[in-house]
Ligand binder design. Structure first.
Ligand code: PHE
Length: 341
């Protein structure tokens, strides 16, 4: 009996391990298979004296039970590891990168413009897109029935003719002037709405940045120099600017500013309609009547204001020829713009 070495076999069984199904199968064949070690023991039983056979038989049964119990426990440990995704996960694999979004081109250009003005002392002031008639028109020197209201195809809120979607960022000037003592030096970026037919060149939603500076002795020369600095920072050192007289009800005198065409550098191309110049903003000295509407003493203070669209400079910068692309949210379009700001 001793030469069957059953204690060693039991130890061997207890120390067996299996980390996957094929190792488990190997274990089963080795100990419990038809030609396995347990079967071999039962075969030996016949050779043993009848007197010792019973005790040995009991002992071999014990080995068999141990081998079967071990098989069950190995089976259980393999399937629970599978479930928890344990050791089969390869921890040396590189991580799955997180896909970061990109900034919208309108945001990139807005941030670039805002930062240029912030560097020379302007602070950002944002206001609501739903405005009152007073802030959007009347306070800006456009009383009811003023023909200039027709220039801005307005979306009104049906139930209240006094409430509308702002047609420009200028109402934010009024909000700030009504609530702040000069000196005031702000820029107001934001979305504006006009009831226009949507085409490659115009949309019913677009973005503007408004600038306002009110203080003692503010002059048109200050306005010109600020916009000259802006044009060079925004469009490049060799950018030329020119002013053309214009009309806005809330500024007097008023002007429109052109920059030399970025595409042809002034030689003439389809983008600048062969003029060499591209119009980018409206501006002027704040009309004293507007200052008075906001309870600012127009004898003591003067101010300048300017307003520019964001879409057109963005189209020039990125050579985009259809404004509708900005609002379609096509990932193939949006993913092309990488920026740190
Ligand atoms: N608010 C004007 C527009 O949208 C632009 C402008 C702003 C002109 C400030 C002059 C001064 O047309």
């Amino acid at each position: 009996m001793a030469d069957l070495n059953l204690e060693n076999l039991i130890q061997e069984i207890e120390e067996s391990s299996a980390s996957n199904h094929s190792e488990l199968e190997q274990y089963r064949i080795e100990y419990l298979g038809k030609k396995g070690k347990v079967k071999a023991l039962f075969a030996k039983l016949k050779e043993v004296d009848e007197g010792a056979r019973k005790a040995l038989g009991a002992k071999i049964n014990e080995v068999k039970n141990k081998a079967e119990a071990k098989l069950e426990s190995l089976k259980a440990s393999i399937s629970s590891e599978k479930k928890s995704g344990g050791p089969e996960q390869d921890l040396s694999l590189p991580g799955v990168p997180l896909a970061l979004g990109t900034r919208h081109p309108i945001s990139i250009v807005r941030n670039t413009m805002t930062q240029i003005f912030q560097r020379i002392g302007f602070t950002v002031s944002e206001g609501p897109e739903i405005e009152t008639d007073w802030n959007n028109f009347t306070a800006l020197n456009m009383p009811e029935d003023h023909p200039a209201r027709d220039m801005q195809d307005t979306f009104f809120i049906q139930t209240d003719p006094d409430i509308l979607l702002r047609t420009h960022t200028s109402p934010q000037q009024i909000r700030v002037m009504e609530s702040t003592e000069p000196p005031i030096r702000i820029i107001c970026p934001g979305r504006v709405y006009r009831n226009e037919t949507i085409s490659a060149r115009s949309h019913c939603i677009f973005h503007q940045i408004e600038g306002l500076y009110v203080d003692e002795n503010v002059s048109f020369a200050d306005l010109r120099q600020t916009l000259y600095y802006f044009a060079k920072e925004m469009f490049g050192e060799d950018t030329q600017i020119r002013f053309r007289p214009s009309y806005f009800p809330f500024t007097e005198p008023s002007a429109e500013m052109d920059i030399s065409c970025l595409i042809c550098k002034g030689d003439g191309c389809p983008v600048c309609k062969h003029s060499g110049w591209v119009e980018i903003l409206g501006c002027g000295m704040v009309d004293p009547a507007v200052l008075e509407n906001c309870n600012i003493d127009s004898e003591k203070y003067t101010g300048y204001a300017f307003g520019l669209g964001i879409e057109r400079p963005a189209m020039l910068k990125y050579r985009i020829d259809d404004i509708r692309l900005f609002f379609e949210n096509d990932m193939r379009f949006l993913e092309q713009f990488q920026s740190a700001i």
